[in-house]
Design a protein around this ligand. Structure first.
Ligand SMILES: C[S@@+](CC[C@H](N)C(=O)[O-])C[C@H]1O[C@@H](n2cnc3c(N)ncnc32)[C@H](O)[C@@H]1O
Length: 317
């Protein structure tokens, strides 16, 4: 009820005059509800008030994303929003820093056989291949792989489309393997995350190194923010609303992409959040000894000031 009252009220007061179409009522199934939410979020500088929150949750319940979220989510909306974020996947300096860190921690040199698991559009794989490593970039997303192939030189990485729980490579195929930018923790059952890591270790030579980089659960809890809005260059919005389940250790995020055209698309995402402590335990269980752990790609130690949980393991012979 609150939703349907607030939309017209806002319009009457002229609060949304002159804005893009989604500010004055969308054509989607939950039109007034989501228009109101988006207006509220836009006007409130990204903060959701209680009534809007309730409306939003009701709208989300009506349209849940079917199938595994990661099959659908990692496409155009995600890419457009995350490449525009400061320090996001479109920031070349961030990519350079991460690649320098990978080279140093994994000892990647000319000729090293490297597997980039969940490579996305290839920002690490391409740079490592350009430096002479023999790189395979693996991802499940046809969209991301087509971006990667589109920017790949003839002597660039080999691109493989596959599920990271079942890597299509023989044991001992790679010297090093990594997973960057929180590409770990995606599966409904935690045992499947373990399986992903075990697969990454299986395809390594004995003594080979594996690196996992995720946002640290310790950091997420300490700096938790329930909503975040990204203003897109075309006038659209990308809204993230988050909820923490500290029993299951899962961050639930509901994304609304409100395009300037008036089209609204939603995605529901669940990522299991890991601490560095958790990852060290998983590495050891997967047959590695711990090489190092970091709180950031600047090489800082795991501590209260880092936002990442990064572990490097070495496959036991
Ligand atoms: C957060 S993005 C990170 C991409 C890349 N590592 C980077 O740093 O830019 C996560 C990636 O994981 C991929 N992914 C998700 N589930 C996957 C699965 N089951 N198997 C392989 N790749 C998957 C997505 O398609 C997406 O490209």
């Amino acid at each position: 009820m609150l939703c349907t009252r607030r939309g017209p009220a806002l319009r009457k007061r002229g609060a949304v005059r002159g804005g893009p179409p989604w500010l004055i009522g969308g054509t989607h199934s939950a039109g007034t509800t989501l228009s109101t939410l988006v207006v509220g979020v836009a006007l409130g500088g990204g903060r959701l008030v209680w009534g809007q929150h309730a409306c939003y949750r009701a709208a989300m319940k009506r349209r849940r994303t079917p199938g595994p979220w990661w099959l659908e989510f990692f496409a155009r909306d995600y890419y457009d929003a995350y490449r525009r974020m400061p320090g996001g996947i479109g920031d070349p300096q961030r990519a350079e820093r991460e690649v320098a860190f990978l080279r140093q921690q994994l000892g990647i040199a000319r000729g090293t056989r490297v597997l980039d698991v969940a490579c996305g559009h290839g920002r690490h794989a391409l740079r490592l291949a350009a430096a002479g490593a023999r790189v395979v970039g693996l991802d499940v997303s046809a969209f991301h792989l087509s971006l990667a192939r589109g920017t790949s030189p003839a002597d660039g990485p080999r691109w493989v489309r596959a599920d990271m729980r079942r890597l299509p490579f023989a044991e001992g195929s790679f010297d090093v393997c990594y997973s960057m930018f929180t590409s770990f923790g995606y599966f409904a059952d935690a045992a499947e995350d373990d399986q992903q890591l075990r697969e990454m270790v299986r395809v390594l030579v004995p003594g080979g190194r594996v690196l996992i980089d995720v946002v640290s659960r310790d950091h997420v809890v300490r700096s938790f923010s329930p909503a975040h809005v990204v203003h897109l260059e075309d006038g659209g919005l990308f809204i993230e609303e988050r909820r923490l389940d500290l029993v299951e250790g899962v961050i639930h995020t509901e994304y609304t992409h409100a395009a300037a055209s008036g089209q609204i698309r939603r995605h529901v995402v669940q990522v299991r959040a890991y601490t560095a402590t958790d990852l060290v335990r998983l590495l050891r269980a997967a047959g590695c000894e711990l090489d190092a752990a970091f709180g950031g790609v600047d090489g800082r130690a795991v501590g209260l000031d880092g936002s990442r949980a990064i572990v490097v393991g070495r496959k036991v012979k």
